[in-house]
Design a protein around this ligand. Structure first.
Ligand code: G
Ligand code: G
Ligand code: MN
Ligand code: NA
Length: 254
């Protein structure tokens, strides 16, 4: 199949490009700068493919375990080149459900940590609720094993799937990312406001910090501030950009 081959070639030829999107504190500043790593594929002629164009195919051909491992390796390699950021920066790496349940994930991550000498406190892993509950016991084991090593976890796209507060209660996560579909129209839709507020209120009691996705304007940011949501991510704060252009000093916030 064409897609399987293109994705496989992209891994082998290192045509994978890491983009990043900033995650900003909603109230004042935080001790660490945060961003999410978002994968792109570089095509001949310089065209850049976004995940919307290849993730579904990669899932279908069971290539996500390899894709996510390549992203882990490239992210760690970037961190190794930027060791001056280790105490001030956390990067979030997405893991798909099939990656989470694939054999040898923990030892692969151990091996990458050792190769690149990366301290675990610089990395957060994002898993979707469906990934985390898909293969419940095994996924939980992996989450615990990586947490013991000091990695942080975020539950991605919360509220959009089948997960419930019952699952959340037993998942060892540090952050919940509130699905963008509830955030995008927050300023104009009282139902969305109520949903975001209730997710945040429950998370606060559980000691979990919240991140709102798809924050596109100042009005939405104001509402998030009123609710107390901890972090915001979206086009209104920064679009995804090539990680190699990342200059934290130039982008410093106060
Ligand atoms: O960058 P963009 O907004 O187009 O990403 C679309 C989707 O692809 C998001 O849901 C994001 O979580 C997912 N995604 C982006 N990069 C990766 C990756 O490296 N691994 C996995 N598993 N998913 C990714
Ligand atoms: O990990 P996740 O699937 O949530 O990845 C976020 C996806 O949403 C990426 O593809 C990113 O490019 C996209 N995105 C990020 N910020 C915004 C935003 O403010 N609005 C919209 N519509 N999409 C966004
Ligand atoms: Mn994500
Ligand atoms: Na998300």
């Amino acid at each position: 199949p064409l897609w399987a081959m293109r994705i496989n070639d992209a891994i082998v030829n290192d045509d994978l490009v890491l983009f990043y999107q900033p995650i900003e504190p909603v109230h004042g500043s935080s001790d660490k700068r945060k961003c999410e790593i978002l994968l792109r594929i570089k095509e001949e002629g310089g065209r850049i493919l976004a995940p919307g164009q290849f993730i579904a195919a990669a899932e279908r051909f069971n290539l996500m375990p390899q894709v996510d491992r390549a992203v882990i390796r490239k992210s760690f390699e970037w961190l190794a080149r930027n060791s001056h950021l280790w105490d001030s920066q956390v990067i979030s790496i997405n893991l798909s459900g099939t990656t989470l349940s694939s054999d040898g994930l923990v030892s692969y991550i151990d091996q990458m940590c050792e190769t690149y000498r990366i301290p675990s406190h610089t990395v957060c892993f994002e898993v979707t609720e469906t990934a985390a509950i898909g293969n419940e016991n095994h996924a939980l084991e992996i989450l615990h094993a990586l947490r013991r090593r000091g990695f942080a976890f975020a539950l991605d796209d919360f509220g959009s799937g089948f997960a419930s507060y019952g699952y959340l209660r037993q998942l060892p996560v540090d952050y919940v990312k509130i699905d963008g579909c509830f955030v995008r129209n927050l300023a104009n839709n009282p139902k969305d406001y109520a949903i975001v507020k209730s997710i945040h209120d429950v998370c606060r009691v559980m000691g979990i910090e919240t991140v709102a996705e798809f924050v596109e304007d100042q009005e939405t940011l104001q509402r998030l501030k009123t609710i107390g949501v901890n972090y915001a991510q979206g086009y209104g704060l920064g679009r995804p950009k090539d990680l190699e252009t990342y200059h934290p000093v130039l982008e410093a916030q106060d």
